[in-house]
Design a protein around this ligand. Structure first.
Ligand SMILES: CC(C)(COP(=O)(O)OP(=O)(O)OC[C@H]1O[C@@H](n2cnc3c(N)ncnc32)[C@H](O)[C@@H]1OP(=O)(O)O)[C@@H](O)C(=O)NCCC(=O)NCCS
Length: 180
């Protein structure tokens, strides 16, 4: 995971209601917190798989994320630098990446998701010369759809990789910022 150099580019100056959010690169010590979030029944209800994972499978996945240059994972720090969720980017090819984001339930509804998407996409566009970042969201997940739209994503027709009952949202590199 090659992320150190853009840690300070955008992650420490976003504020809402007086609170900053900050994105920090994931570290080994986050493994158990991520495992707890991964198996949180409320969060699972929004996931595409809808399944829990075993601890060993999570550990294997986490180890690969730490070593994978085509995946970046940030912990979302909110009030008093509290770890409140995570945002992930997977590079799909030379021109595109996929994102997914979640917050622990008590930190939802405060606009943090939109801010994490804005900051995270900006950081990833600076690091990777990709043209677009996409997100796939369950059709009934209105909170997520709203957060993605507020962060500048546009609704696009589903493509062959969009799961049933999901919608596709895309943010282009040129949206609102210069990323170069
Ligand atoms: C999706 C998610 C990251 C959005 O982040 P967020 O910070 O909650 O987003 P916002 O605060 O901008 O809320 C988005 C909308 O949902 C509503 N909402 C979200 N959480 C809410 C809550 N707990 N109570 C009431 N309304 C809520 C907001 O009022 C807002 O509506 P509006 O845009 O019409 O004003 C977050 O809600 C989340 O983690 N949800 C569970 C996991 C998930 O769905 N992940 C995305 C999978 S694609």
């Amino acid at each position: 995971m090659k992320i150190e150099r853009f840690m300070t580019e955008a992650g420490d100056n976003t504020r809402i209601d007086g609170f900053p959010i900050r994105l920090r690169p994931v570290k080994s010590a986050d493994r158990d917190q991520l495992f707890a979030w991964r198996n949180d029944p409320w969060l699972i209800s929004f996931s595409t798989s809808g399944k829990t994972v075993e601890k060993q499978d999570h550990a294997d996945w986490f180890g690969s994320v730490l070593n994978e240059s085509d995946c970046v994972l940030y912990i979302i720090l909110t009030e008093r630098d509290t770890p409140s969720g995570a945002i992930r980017f997977d590079r799909l090819n030379d021109s595109s990446a996929m994102t997914s984001v979640f917050l622990s339930r008590e930190y939802t509804g405060k606009g943090y998701g939109e801010l994490a998407l804005r900051d995270g996409c900006q950081m990833v566009f600076q690091e990777w010369q990709i043209k677009e970042i996409s997100g796939v969201i369950k059709n009934q997940n209105t909170a997520s759809i709203s957060a993605f739209l507020k962060a500048g994503f546009s609704s696009m027709p589903a493509d062959s990789s969009t799961p049933p009952e999901h919608s596709l949202f895309v943010l282009n590199r040129t949206f609102g910022h210069r990323f170069d």
